[in-house]
Design a protein around this ligand. Structure first.
Ligand SMILES: Nc1ncnc2c1ncn2[C@@H]1O[C@H](COP(=O)(O)OP(=O)(O)O)[C@@H](O)[C@H]1O
Ligand SMILES: O=P(O)(O)OC[C@H]1O[C@](O)(COP(=O)(O)O)[C@@H](O)[C@@H]1O
Ligand SMILES: [Mg+2]
Length: 456
């Protein structure tokens, strides 16, 4: 899909008439390597060849609106009520984002009323709409030290019109939705319903997912904290495997459709011999299959360490007749590829006289329930600032994201238009192959979903 400049434009509720508390500070600022001035834009693409492919002058090339404070704002802060909700799976940094939103709204824009809706979008249903938390700078002062979300979260669908009724009844002018692909989709439906009723309510998304599977964002917040934690488990399994006869260490990590956590954690630990991700199908049997490679590794070095993403090899589980089920939000429930790999390796190595010592860890929720690390804490805070500036300036149906190091506004519809995945032809996967020395494919080259490397 080719993206044009118009696809990247963000909707604005109306003219900005009020002075921003940042007016004076902004008066002398200009674009630099470290700042994008108001009105300037950030290019979608960052190579000469991709840019040249558009055959357009750079001002007409696809670009995002830069995030950040404006000299004039749309909402009168004295009359604003803001709402915040966190939805989907947990992710390090959720509390940091909540705290950042509240502080920026209250301290700089002097917004007096900020409501936290509980337990995800469930909190916007008729049944739960009155059970909100009053969010104040004092109340959120220390929440960033803890993982999870003080507001709670959930999966499961809600009616968009019912949620809009809630916003109207609770007097919400600005709604911040902190969520993943599901949450961004829900925010889009919510925005559509708001627009259909002609209401003056801004919806701003803050993209969240430890899977890093959302597009148009360099990396999602919490991802770095999550893969750093995952690294500890790989290191532990590597020590165990190396110290055991025919040691086999396996770590199964989250990553429903995208193998970013597995790839980054494996690179960080630098101790894995094999990384398996959803984007690269693999075969178990055969001379080039996974089992033969595992056997070769065990014979050569006495042990082997495998990192696998939960979404890897799902086609193999289907061969075992596993039915495809979905969770309350419609996400595919995965089969347990870790168990299949573990059982298959045990059977294979035993059959060839290399009875293994199996060390299998599935850290699962331990990786995503932690507090944000220092890097993610900064990132979350800056995303929150950008979200508040966007909303106060009347931007709506948009998410804030960091794109090629700059903070930008991305139309919500784009956030759900594709999935960010590890590109088997890209340099991240090449680094994984360079580090593990595993073959590019296990088994005969299989048809794989092509990951889009560019946008045109
Ligand atoms: N297709 C959809 N239509 C409407 N709402 C959705 C849709 N997908 C997800 N949602 C809503 O978004 C929320 C979060 O989605 P989910 O997939 O569970 O997590 P995430 O936002 O982390 O991807 C769910 O509670 C659900 O209400
Ligand atoms: O057990 P749960 O809450 O359904 O979460 C499992 C899924 O949540 C994730 O951590 C992230 O998913 P979302 O970002 O879509 O919430 C996946 O890696 C994992 O498959
Ligand atoms: Mg999701």
């Amino acid at each position: 899909m080719t993206l044009h400049l118009d696809d990247l434009r963000v909707r604005q509720l109306g003219e900005c008439r009020y002075d921003s508390p940042f007016s004076e500070m902004l008066s002398t600022k200009q674009t630099s390597p470290h700042y994008v001035a108001e009105g300037d834009r950030v290019l979608l693409e960052d190579t000469v060849s991709m840019l040249a492919g558009h055959r357009l002058p750079s001002v007409q090339a696809p670009s995002f609106e830069a995030a950040g404070p404006r000299r004039k704002i749309y909402f009168d802060p004295a009359n604003v009520t803001a709402g915040v909700v966190t939805c989907g799976g947990l992710c390090p940094g959720l509390n940091n984002v909540i705290r950042g939103l509240v502080q920026e709204l209250a301290v700089h824009y002097q917004v007096k009323r900020i409501l936290g809706f509980r337990n995800g979008l469930q909190g916007l249903t008729a049944e739960h709409r009155d059970d909100t938390v009053d969010l104040t700078p004092e109340g959120v002062r220390d929440i960033h030290h803890a993982g999870g979300t003080i507001l709670g979260s959930s999966r499961g669908g809600q009616d968009a019109d019912e949620m809009v009724d809630t916003l109207v009844l609770r007097g919400i002018d600005i709604m911040f939705v902190i969520g993943g692909d599901g949450g961004m989709r829900a925010a889009t439906y919510l925005s559509n319903a708001i627009r259909a009723r002609g209401l003056d309510i801004a919806v701003i998304g803050v993209p969240k997912t430890i899977d890093n599977d959302l597009p148009f964002t360099d990396q999602s917040f919490g991802f770095q904290s999550a893969f750093a934690k995952a690294t500890d488990f790989i290191a532990a399994v590597a020590v165990e495997a190396a110290a055991s006869p025919n040691g086999v260490g396996i770590v199964k990590l989250m990553g429903r459709h995208s193998g970013f956590i597995a790839s980054y954690a494996a690179l960080a630990a630098n101790a894995a011999d094999i990384v398996l991700i959803p984007e690269v199908p693999f075969a178990l049997g055969g001379a080039d299959g996974l089992l033969a490679h595992v056997e070769r590794q065990v014979r050569a070095k006495g042990h082997v360490v495998i990192v696998l993403a939960e979404g890897a090899g799902q086609d193999l589980l289907e061969d075992y007749g596993l039915a495809r089920a979905t969770d309350a939000s419609g996400n595919i429930k995965l089969g347990n590829i870790g168990e299949l790999v573990k059982e298959s390796i045990t059977a294979h190595l035993t059959a060839v006289g290399l009875t293994p010592t199996m060390r299998y860890i599935d850290p699962s929720y331990a990786v995503r329930s932690i507090a944000a690390n220092a890097y993610d804490s900064v990132y979350c805070l800056r995303l929150a600032h950008a979200a508040v500036h966007a909303a106060m300036a009347g931007r709506t149906e948009a998410a804030v994201a960091r794109w090629r190091r700059r903070f930008v506004h991305v139309p919500l519809s784009l956030m759900t238009s594709r999935r960010n995945q590890v590109d088997p032809d890209g340099d991240l996967w090449m680094s994984v192959l360079e580090t593990t020395c595993q073959p590019a494919e296990f088994g005969p080259a299989r048809e794989r979903e092509r990951v889009r490397a560019g946008f045109c």
